[in-house]
Design a protein. Structure first.
Length: 736
């Protein structure tokens, strides 16, 4: 490691979210292997890169890091850590005063201040700032503003130095100062574990590292309390809203490596002070974090309240005779079944109603009939779905505008929505598709935003996988028997011609699929080992399916796997398919990020909702270009197709939002539809071989399914009709 000292001359690039920056620095010492003389001009500025949050032009900084050589941009200094000084020289003071720290000064006025007060300017600002009014253009009020800005910048630098001394990265330091201000170091010294609660993106493990750095003992009450909270937060990843007392104590004890008695004692203390909630109405030992308990309880209350008769019900004034007449016309015009007609009528006459059914049973036709009737009676509606791909599919089948739930509510990280109980949505009915994908927190935000008296129509397939996040919303609502549910069971003639649909219904009932030798869209490629499955999948995607069926491997074929690891898991298949479909090639740019190599031409998936970029979790695109802008890599990805292509640019640190998408998990595929699905079924995936996972995977395919693996694995999945248990109290709350 080497040290470079200098004044930040220009901030070329700075990512406001993660702090990654590219800067031009004028060196002030010869510590860089004598690369610079004592006099420096703009041509001798060096390029400095790294996580340099808080730095602005004019800052005097010691950078520690290493010299690197870039093929296009030459020598750069990559920073590992830095230390900010208060400016003392005339040059440093001039640049500092002309920087973004002081709005409205600029270089000319800064130079006048230096010419008048010289290097004593800091003392004048801090102790006798009214003297600044001797400069033309500086009023008494402006002198106050300059003093306040100076003190704020000074406090920020001091906090930065203290926090980095505790082991916080520059990026985390930036977030902590934003959260706590001038008391940041004091707050962290008092309780570093509070970071996991207060600062977005900081978990227990990172807070624990900081706690150890500043001397917190292994069995400190703050540490044990944070570990217990972390156990409940981590349980969300497995779909749990709460944990039974025994499971919570065991999981927390494993994370903390302290005596079980101390964990149990701290749980009791957290119950006493209200951080945790014991809800015996849900289960005799159900322990919730207070926020999780509140969200689940509020969701149940909101649903029950919405279902009550209301004077402002927009459908109460529509004569039942008119609705019946419109339904009779729909039955005649579109051959609507009695089940479908009942679903439409239920949606119009009940504030909360549910439509469920498997593939080919006419959910889309039912939706379109409902929309047609709503338009005929002049009632407003909105279509929404949990993900971008699900919303796009809903728009395609209805030929109407559809929104993701996040976009509809203007829901931001932390589940804060612009539309809520105080400012509800202005629609007579909200129609929600793919409800099985909605978790407790997003569902609560959605129901809270439905105007009292309005209706909500929930559509989904209860036999699919539940949401990736916590809760078992659709299943709990249906099984509570609190609201009217219409289940479509009739498979229509056109759908009966598809072996995909017929086998999906057989699988749902626990029966083995039928495999035909010809005129079929459903195949099983039997292999002996997981390695054979891996090789067969790569060959199918890159060669056999495009050759024999004419599908495009980039646009039409999606590999879905139950697990990420193992040779036939998502991670390895992505590597193999990238090497086969988009191999390394001269002239084709690429960039490594973590364990992934992104290459021009790669198929990639967005992993989180990003409103600024207008891309959402599950969106799939193609890497069009990888270039370097001012020393910083930039990746351009095109999402959509036809006239709706929209290109998004990612800085290096933002690549954490992307992953290769040649293969994806079955969970990630929910709400999507692909022309072709290829899916490994191998015994080494036994932990995830479940009937609803197999059912969800194959029902993502529109034209062709290829299962690859061992028949034993297929029948293991068919027999396993017990979904992984999710601890959720919504059903019992709705039954009250």
């Amino acid at each position: 490691m080497e040290t470079v000292s200098g004044i930040v001359a220009r901030v070329t690039y700075q990512n406001s979210e993660n702090g990654y920056s590219v800067m031009k620095v004028e060196p002030t010492s010869s510590t860089q292997s004598n690369l610079f003389d004592k006099e420096h001009d703009s041509e001798e500025r060096i390029t400095v890169t790294g996580n340099l949050a808080l730095l602005k032009a004019g800052d005097v900084v010691d950078f520690t890091g290493e010299w690197t050589n870039h093929a296009k941009y030459g020598t750069q200094f990559t920073v590992d850590s830095f230390h900010i000084h208060s400016p003392t020289t005339k040059i440093g003071l001039t640049k500092f005063l002309a920087s973004d720290h002081f709005k409205g000064i600029g270089e000319k006025l800064a130079q006048e201040l230096i010419d008048t007060f010289g290097e004593s300017l800091p003392q004048v600002i801090e102790h006798d700032h009214h003297k600044l009014t001797a400069i033309r253009g500086i009023t008494r009020q402006k002198s106050e503003i300059i003093k306040e800005a100076w003190e704020k910048a000074k406090d920020t630098r001091e906090q930065n130095i203290l926090l980095q001394g505790m082991g916080l990265t520059p990026n985390l330091t930036h977030k902590v100062i934003d959260m706590y201000g001038a008391k940041a170091a004091e707050k962290i010294t008092e309780n570093p574990y509070q970071l996991a609660q207060d600062v977005w993106g900081v978990g227990f493990k990172r807070a624990d590292e900081i706690g150890k750095n500043i001397g917190f003992t292994h069995d400190h009450a703050y540490r044990i309390s944070a570990g217990i909270s972390y156990s409940l937060i981590k349980a969300l990843d497995d779909g749990h809203m709460f944990l039974p007392f025994e499971e919570l104590t065991n999981q927390a004890q494993q994370i903390l490596s302290v005596d079980l008695v101390k964990v149990e004692g701290q749980i009791q203390a957290m119950l006493t002070n209200g951080v945790l909630v014991l809800d015996r109405d849900v289960s005799y030992n159900a322990i919730y974090l207070k926020a999780f308990h509140k969200a689940e309880d509020e969701l149940a209350t909101l649903l029950q309240k919405l279902d009550e008769p209301h004077d402002d019900d927009p459908f109460a004034k529509v004569p039942l005779k008119e609705i019946s007449g419109l339904l009779e016309s729909a039955v005649t015009d579109t051959a609507l079944s009695s089940e479908q007609a009942m679903a439409v009528k239920t949606a119009l006459t009940n504030p909360v109603s549910i439509l469920t059914g498997g593939p080919g049973t006419g959910k889309s036709t039912t939706l379109n009939t409902l929309i047609k009737i709503l338009e005929e009676v002049g009632k407003s509606y909105v279509l929404t779905a949990p993900t971008g791909r699900a919303a796009k599919r809903l728009a395609e089948i209805s030929d109407r505008t559809s929104y993701t739930v996040h976009r509809l509510l203007k829901l931001q990280p932390g589940e804060v929505a612009a539309f809520n109980a105080e400012d509800p949505l202005k629609y007579d009915i909200v129609i929600v598709d793919e409800v099985s994908m909605l978790d407790t927190f997003v569902m609560k935000a959605l129901i809270a935003a439905v105007k009292p008296g309005s209706h909500i129509f929930l559509v989904g397939d209860a036999d699919q996988l539940p949401s990736v996040q916590a809760g078992n919303v659709l299943s709990d609502i249906i099984h509570s028997k609190r609201f009217p549910v219409v289940t479509l069971t009739q498979v229509f003639r056109q759908a009966q011609e598809s072996d995909i649909i017929m086998n999906a219904h057989r699988i749902k009932e626990g029966m083995g699929p039928e495999f035909k030798t010809e005129n079929t869209d459903f195949y099983f490629i039997e292999v002996d080992t997981v390695e054979d499955a891996r090789a067969s999948i790569v060959d199918l995607v890159s060669n056999r399916i495009p050759t024999e069926f004419g599908f495009n491997p980039y646009e039409d074929i999606q590999v879905l796997a139950p697990l990420y690891k193992t040779p036939a898991g998502v991670s390895q298949l992505n590597i193999d398919l990238q090497q086969t479909l988009n191999p390394k090639k001269r002239g084709k740019n690429e960039i490594p990020f973590g364990y992934t190599m992104f290459r021009e031409g790669d198929r990639v998936m967005q992993l989180k909702n990003n409103y600024e970029k207008d891309v959402f979790n599950g969106d799939v695109g193609i890497v069009r270009d990888i270039s370097v802008f001012d020393g910083s890599p930039e990746v351009s990805v095109s999402f959509g197709s036809g006239y709706q292509v929209h290109t998004v640019k990612y800085a290096r640190e933002e690549l954490m939002e992307l992953t290769l998408a040649y293969a994806a998990s079955v969970h990630k595929s929910q709400g999507s539809e692909y022309p072709v699905v290829v899916m490994p079924m191998v015994t080494s995936h036994y932990i995830m071989l479940q009937r609803n996972l197999l059912y969800t995977g194959i029902t993502r395919a529109k034209n062709l399914v290829m299962l690859v693996g061992q028949k034993k694995a297929l029948y293991m999945a068919l027999k396993n009709d017990t979904p992984m248990k999710r601890y959720s109290g919504l059903k019992k709350r709705l039954e009250r």
